[in-house]
Design a protein around this ligand. Structure first.
Ligand code: TYM
Length: 334
């Protein structure tokens, strides 16, 4: 607990361009939960370097992502929005947790398997131990809740296992966190292949709607979205493309399945795609306008970066010192 509130932690990688999947699966829920919890939202740039990055590009994307957090509606005075690389405790706790994680556990991680297949020329140790750094992120702030999309569930389960393992040996050191998965939008699929998750790193730009896409691009991508030859708008697994469009629409408008099915009864896919376009643009346009404002306000964003890094450092140090003591590291002399 911090200030009598339970703690929330979540983060996103500053790799590639954020998609509407990242927004609907995670960021949107962050905003809903932000009043109820003491929140830490990290731009997890240390995770990004498990895949080779262009340094200038990484720096630019990290700042953009931090601005997107704010633009989406997270108040940086109330929520701790910061860069992971500015807080040394992440790496320090990750090392300790590495010594409590089994190779077999990491071998089972599907994201590692996928990423090593994609980057066969650079299967580095960081890619392998990535989930341990993620566990450190969460446990460092004693988070109670972690809002993520479904694809992060396996990492969260490992985090819980590590917390419990550590607590069993050393007593109650870590809060065991719960995942928070939103009811709608927890897995937005590719517009070109609805059997695949919409991803920042998809090679086909038509597969993903990016948060920075302009209105015409969104319209074009929705128009080209793969559907089927059934010709009816129903919400069912047999029509994954249509189901995905309905999910995007529901997540953007807050409407229920019943409401949207009623709305589109007897309509063709063209009408659905136009409605999806409008709903997405009504979310993206204000967000983009706010990002543009923040880009001009360098001093303000810099002050947020500085103050929040200090705040994150303060809370993470509390946990880190406790952990170091428990495992037998010598005390610091003041
Ligand atoms: P990342 O950067 O891949 O994605 C950020 C968040 O977006 C969610 N997401 C989706 N949700 C719905 N549909 C999709 N198509 C979709 N694609 C992505 C992800 O589930 C995630 O919530 N390892 C994490 C970053 C991370 C983290 C953490 C998250 C590092 N440390 C600690 C939570 C807590 C990742 O790569 O997310």
């Amino acid at each position: 607990m911090i200030n009598d509130k339970k703690v929330l932690f979540s983060g996103m990688q500053a790799t590639g361009n954020l998609t509407i999947g990242n927004y609907l699966g995670a960021l949107k829920n962050w905003i809903t939960l932000s009043d109820e919890y003491e929140c830490f939202y990290s731009v997890v740039d240390m995770h990004s370097i498990t895949v080779r990055q262009n340094p200038a590009e990484l720096r630019k994307r990290a700042r953009k992502l931090l601005q997107i957090y704010i633009a989406a509606g997270l108040d940086p005075e109330k929520n701790c929005i910061y860069y992971q690389s500015h807080v040394s405790g992440h790496a320090e706790l990750a090392w300790i947790l590495n010594c409590f994680t089994y190779m077999g556990e990491l071998n089972r991680m599907t994201q590692f398997k996928d990423k090593s297949a994609k980057h066969a020329d650079n299967i580095n140790a960081g890619l392998f131990t990535y989930p341990v750094l993620m566990a450190a992120d969460i446990l460092l702030y004693q988070a109670d809740v972690v809002p993520v999309g479904i694809d992060q569930m396996q990492h969260l389960e490992l985090t819980r296992d590590l917390a419990e393992r550590f607590n069993n040996i050393y007593g109650d050191v870590f809060t065991v966190p719960e995942a928070y998965i939103g009811k709608v939008g927890a897995k937005i699929m590719s517009l070109q292949d609805p059997s695949k998750k919409m991803s920042k790193s998809d090679e086909n730009p038509n597969a993903s709607i990016y948060l920075m896409d302009d209105a015409d691009t969104v319209a074009r991508k929705c128009k080209r979205a793969v559907t089927d030859s059934e010709g009816v708008i129903l919400y069912r697994d047999e029509q994954p493309g249509v189901k995905n469009l309905l999910d995007i629409y529901r997540a953007c408008t807050g409407k229920s399945v019943e409401e949207v099915l009623k709305e589109f009864e007897g309509q063709g896919y063209g009408v659905l795609k136009t409605a999806v376009t409008e709903s997405v643009n009504s979310v993206l346009q204000p967000l983009q306008a706010r990002v543009a404002e923040l880009e001009k306000d360098k001093g303000y964003v810099d002050s947020i970066i500085k103050n929040n890094a200090e705040k994150a450092q303060y809370y993470s140090n509390k946990t880190l010192r406790k952990v170091q003591k428990k495992i037998g590291f010598p005390e610091r002399i003041r």
